[in-house]
Write a protein that binds this ligand. Structure first.
Ligand code: HPA
Ligand code: ZN
Length: 325
């Protein structure tokens, strides 16, 4: 349709997208068969999740199947193809080493394999990707510092940020546990992004900013429950990587009408539109834009401004940003 064409050609970036969320059902079924792994549900129900905990458990299973370098290359190349299909010029991609069981203790080799897929994609004219290497919310302070020290020693040009994801509801309030790791990441020249205000309330967002020095918040939508937090995010221009469908599928909000995206935008918070885990959640970046335009009545000018914010909020280097803007 004409609207789809316009959304595709809109210059935009994606800032909240997990490598772990880009497995197609066919790929999972194929690899599971090869590995002799029995899937937890029939194929047609494979992606029916009961909530974030169930979803995160499934990530472990899916990522566990990616046991060879070729499979990692296929996944990262496929992600770039997905970006191109949506007219996304750049993406910050979150990658959490803890989910990938075949690669434990081999972060360097794993990063090289993922990087190889992205490089091949770039050489074929597909979009550029930066990696945000992620801690899992349940990890220890020591494990967090160890990850940052490995990243500092490698100085891999693909890695642009340190991230935290996982379940804040089951892990409990993390407080300052990752403060030292984030401080060191900043020193090593990495940007900082934190999942908060999804499985946590506003207190998780406060902690991300005040204790971890977050440059950006992944989700952050439950900030709406605290007016002083909304004001702080707007004043300090800390962007939120919002994922509407993810919040609906994983039960953060019962309907798009109740989703706070539009109220946050009108309060002056820098919100952007993202997919989180497009394959597993059955969405695409164009579909997220379409959903927001329909639900919130965004005009073409608002849509353009949102796409502009996504580029500004990204960790793309100045050359890539200038090219997109
Ligand atoms: N929240 C927490 N952890 C995650 C998510 C999410 O939306 N997606 C992948 N890991
Ligand atoms: Zn996420």
């Amino acid at each position: 349709t004409a609207e789809a064409q316009r959304l595709k050609s809109l210059p935009k970036a994606e800032v909240h997208l997990h490598l772990e969320g880009c497995f197609d059902a066919t790929v999972i079924a194929q690899w599971a068969k090869l590995e002799g792994v029995v899937l937890p549900r029939p194929r047609e129900d494979l992606f029916k999740f009961s909530g974030l905990a169930d979803f995160l458990g499934f990530l472990d299973l899916a990522c566990g199947l990616a046991s060879t370098k070729e499979r990692l290359v296929e996944l990262s190349y496929g992600l770039s193809q997905r970006l191109a299909d949506n007219g996304t010029g750049y993406a910050d991609v979150i990658f959490n080493p803890t989910h990938w069981h075949a690669w434990q203790g081999r972060l360097g080799v794993m990063l090289e394999a993922i990087d190889a897929g992205f490089k091949e994609a770039e050489q074929d004219g597909l979009p550029t990707v930066g990696l945000c290497v992620s801690l899992l919310r349940t990890q220890s302070a020591e494990a967090a510092v160890e990850l940052v020290e490995s990243l500092s020693a490698m100085r891999h040009p693909r890695v642009v940020a340190l991230s935290v994801d996982g379940n804040e509801a089951t892990a409990g309030r993390t407080g300052p546990r990752f403060a030292e790791a984030f401080r060191r990441a900043g020193h090593a020249g990495l940007r900082r992004t934190v999942h908060a205000g999804e499985s946590s309330g506003p207190e998780g967002v406060w902690d991300a900013v005040t204790l971890l020095g977050a440059d950006r918040i992944d989700h952050g939508v439950r900030a709406i429950e605290d007016a002083s937090l909304v004001e702080m995010l707007a004043n300090r221009r800390i962007p939120l990587g919002v994922c509407p469908t993810s919040n609906l599928v994983l039960g953060v909000y019962p309907s798009i009408q109740e989703h706070p995206m539009e109220r946050l935008r009108q309060a002056g918070v820098l919100v952007s539109v993202n997919t989180d885990d497009p394959a597993l959640l059955g969405t695409s970046l164009m579909e997220e834009y379409r959903l927001c335009r329909q639900a919130f009545g965004w005009t073409d000018d608002v849509t353009k401004a949102m796409a502009h914010t996504s580029i500004e909020a990204s960790f793309a280097n100045v050359t890539v940003k200038a090219h997109l803007l």
